[in-house]
Every structure is written in structure tokens, then in C-alpha cells.
Design a protein around this ligand. Sequence first.
Ligand code: ATP
Ligand code: MG
Length: 565
Amino acid sequence: MAEDKIITENEDKEVVSKNFIEQEIDKDLAEGVYDKVVTRFPPEPNGYLHIGHAKSILLNYGLSKKYNGTFHLRFDDTNPTKEKTEFVESIKKDVEWLGADFKDHLYFASDYFDKMYEAAITLIKKGKAYVCDLSPEEIREYRGTLKEPGKNSPYRDRSIEENLDLFERMKNGEFPDGSKVLRAKIDMSAGNINMRDPIIYRIARMTHHNTGDKWCIYPMYDFAHPIEDAIEGVTHSICTLEFEDHRPLYDWVVREVGFEHPPRQIEFAKLYLTNVITGKRYIKKLVEDGIVDGWDDPRLVSISALRRRGFTPESIKMFMELSGVSKANSSSDYAMLEYCIREDLKLKKPRVMAVLDPIKLVIDNYPEGQTEELEVDNNLENEELGKRMVPFSRELYINRDDFMIEPPKKYFRLFPGNEVRLMNAYFVTCTGYETDDDGNVTVVHATYDPETKSGSGFTGRKVKGTIHWVNAATAIKAEVRLYENIVDEEKGVYNEEDGTVNVNPNSLTVLNECYLEPSLKDAKAYDSFQFVRQGYFTVDAKDSTPDHMVFNRIVSLKSSFRPGK
Ligand code: ATP
Ligand code: MG
């Protein structure tokens, strides 16, 4: 649950709770430090976004909404080695899908390379930056340790003129990669190692996806990021805890470069999910090894995978609200995410009948060749979803486990001699069954009582079991995929010996012969439904076609999670 919350009562006595970032923003606005709120989500386009990024997106976007401010999507594309335009497109799609509107506010850090270069010149002219010729190893050596202060570089006292000249020549490509760097001149004995003359520019001949070969020097993250924020007029630069120690440098950069309304960095704890993989390296390996069918495999928690699995933006928002914003690291449970999607779909989606492991049920006293259409509520808890017609006739499919030859105690479904209700239809009594040569049940026989039709007001007798069914002649044959966690939870996420993921061998079950009621025939990618008694399912966006429908189970109906526990 969220920590660091205060509860305040406003004039209407309505209880409003604020997280610690909102408290800071309130203070800044009250003290006139800022007169508006501008936030940003700054992904590096080097991979697909995952559920952790969704937290950052929804937090930043949510704050911009709450304070009537502006939200920016900015690609932090200052490091050309790993970046790909493919990721830019997938990230935009994911941010949009989550409902974070960045219309008119889409930015690329690489568009600021000229300004960053000028900022570096400003620092040199103020005597706050110098060109250093030490090798990477020497720089590391001179930096000192947590216990020992660093030593000044022998190049630290170069004149401003010499630095200006060398930096320009670095830019012009006169020196080999890695032979020189530009460093901020701060304090080699600072307790915070980030302040010991950090590197702010390096030479690297790399082709950039946006600027091509224009540059052979590139700014370092700690120098570039605050400048990007400041150029865009970001007020609150919200990032995760590992940047806390970099904040003094962030503040130094915006101050020394001379921005008039410098942004402010605030850190919060990352979202961690128990027994879930988010690391790019691990997912890449699962993809390469063919264990998952891509970054959007429904067992993963990339945003595209969650979308394909059938999660909704609303469910992810609810999850983020329940998990809260905090300064303390903690871990949330995947069961809470499942709870949120159930809550979201419960009243919104029709409840339909689908048989995932079929056997035939023949109602021997039902007229051959006759079909009747039964009127059925789409969702008993939400009348607004209306009604639909479901065909019924002599031959149906039921789930294999709804019939037993020799039932144990308390089994109230079909067995020879027992009467049950066929959901939305009639009472039927089992009169017999057929088996194949191996003794497997192939057909169950029953008789129905026409008096007992659902909705007819029949009160003559009661039955203890209700089972669902689909009409055999009109059923849609489909493929259904059931999922478990890709991680073997008993073994833990990672194999300690080789550092790979402990994969759950049962994470995917494909059911090839499932029968769905015909109302599903026009279902499109991402449409979702409750399959009664079996969970929530969505049409798979990658593999489903009108001739071969494929459904993913989003989540089963049973929950182990209750909010507030
Ligand atoms: P890397 O830097 O290793 O490539 P990253 O996950 O940090 O991966 P970025 O593109 O830098 O990727 O992240 C964009 C934003 O998302 C950053 O502001 C980062 O702090 C935030 N973020 C990343 N992971 C989480 C998480 N688990 N919870 C909350 N925010 C996160
Ligand atoms: Mg990062």
C-alpha cells in the first residue's frame, strides 16, 4: 500500500489523500517556485515498455492532469548505440494506449544537441568545464573511492581558450574516439562521487537515428537530461530512486548553465512485481530461445503483452492507484493486477458460454431437427448490456469435467440418474453414456423436462447443479490459450547457477477443440468476454482470424487477492 500519504479534509469534508510528490508540488506552487506544472516521461528508445514504465507514465500524466498542467513525451535518444526507430513507434503506441495524451508535446532529446553543445561552451567559458586527456582507466583511478577523495586531473587547469579550442576540435572530428572527454569542473574531493568532475561529453563516431553523422561527440546522460528538462520548461522531473545521488549534479548543471526557471528532480521507488520478469536481457533471451513468441507474448508484462493478454488501460490505472507512490522500495503482487482486471471487466463485458474441453450431450427426448432460440441476459449484474439469443437443440457440448460416471460426494453436476440445470435452458436428467474402446466417455445421454425452461417461473423442484453448454450444430470451433506465470514460482525468478530465468513448463496450455456460442462470431482483436465459470478471455490480436479464432485467457474467475489485505 502507498506510504508517505497524508489525508487532508477540504471544505466539503471530502477526504483527499495526497502522495508525497503531490505534497511537494503543492508546496512549490504555494511558495511561487513554479506557477504551473509540467511533467515528462523520458524513455530511451532501446526496448519495449513494461509495467514499470506504465507506473511512470501514469504518475507523470496523472500529475499533469491533476494540476491542469502539461505532459511531455520525450525520447531520450542521446545514446545512439542502442536506439532504434522501431522502439519509438512501439513506445508511442503504448503511451497513447494508456491514455497519456502527448499531442503537441512530443520531443526528441537529439533535437537539442546544438543547445547542449552551446551549454558546454557556456560552462567552459565560466571555467566550469575542461577537456581531459586521461584514459578511461586513469579517470577511474583518479576518481578515488567512497572512502578516499579523488585526485585532480593534470589537465584540470587548462586555460579557457585552450579548452574552447580543443572542444571545438573534438566536435570537428580531429581526435580519435575515446581519446579526450569534456569534464565538468566541480570537486574531486566531494563526498558524492558523481560530483568528482563527471564526464559530460565523449567522442564516439556513431550514426544517430535522427541526426545521422552530424555529431561525433555525444553528451552524457547526467549532463543531457537536466538540460532537456530545462529546455522544455519541465517543472518537476520525476525519476526513480537510483538517481537520488545524481540530484546534486542535476542541480549543478541547470544552475551553472544558467536556466532561469530550473526544473526540480523528485525521486520515487520503482514498481516491482513479485515473480515477474521485466529485464530486457532476460526477455530477449526468452524470445531468442523461442520460449515466448515475441515481446508481446501474453505471458510477459511488457505493455504490448498486457494489451494482447486482454488487460485494459483502466485496470492498469487501478493497479497503480492501489500500489501507490512511495519513497520506499517494495514489491506488488501480480494477483493485485488480476484483481484489477476482473474488477474492470466485471460489469462491462458479456457473459457467454464456451466449452473448452468438450463432450457431446444428446437430449434424447428433444425433437430431432428442432432448434429454439433462448433469450439470455448478457450480464446479470448490468442490465444495460441487454440480451442476446442463444440457440438450443438436441445435441449440445458440455465440459468433460461436468460429467462423471462415478461421482465423489458433493459432486452435483451430471452423473447417471442425476438432474441438473442447463444454464439459461432446461433441467436435464442423465440417462446414460457411451464410451470408446479405451473407456473414455464420448457421449452423454439425457432427457429434458419442457416444464423447467429458464424464466418460465417453474418452481416444481430444485436441482443442486447448473452447468453450461453450447449448441453443437451452431458452435464456433476455436483455439483457447490458458496461461500460467512464465516463471516457475517455486524455484524463484532466476536460476542462481547460470543466471537464466526458471521457466514454468506449464506456462502455456493450448486447447484446440473448444466450442463457443455463435454470438462470438464477429468478435475482433482485443474484444473480451467472460466465459461463464472459466474466466475472462480476449481475442488474440496476433493469431486470431475469422476462420480460426484464438482466445487468450486474461484471468480466471477465482481470486486470492482482496484490496486492503
Ligand atoms: P534502461 O535504462 O536500463 O534501458 P529503463 O527501464 O530505465 O531501462 P528508460 O527508458 O530509461 O528505461 O525508462 C524511462 C522511464 O521509466 C524512466 O524515467 C525510469 O525511471 C522509469 N522506469 C523504469 N522502470 C521503472 C519501474 N519499474 N517503475 C517505475 N518507473 C520506472
Ligand atoms: Mg534508464
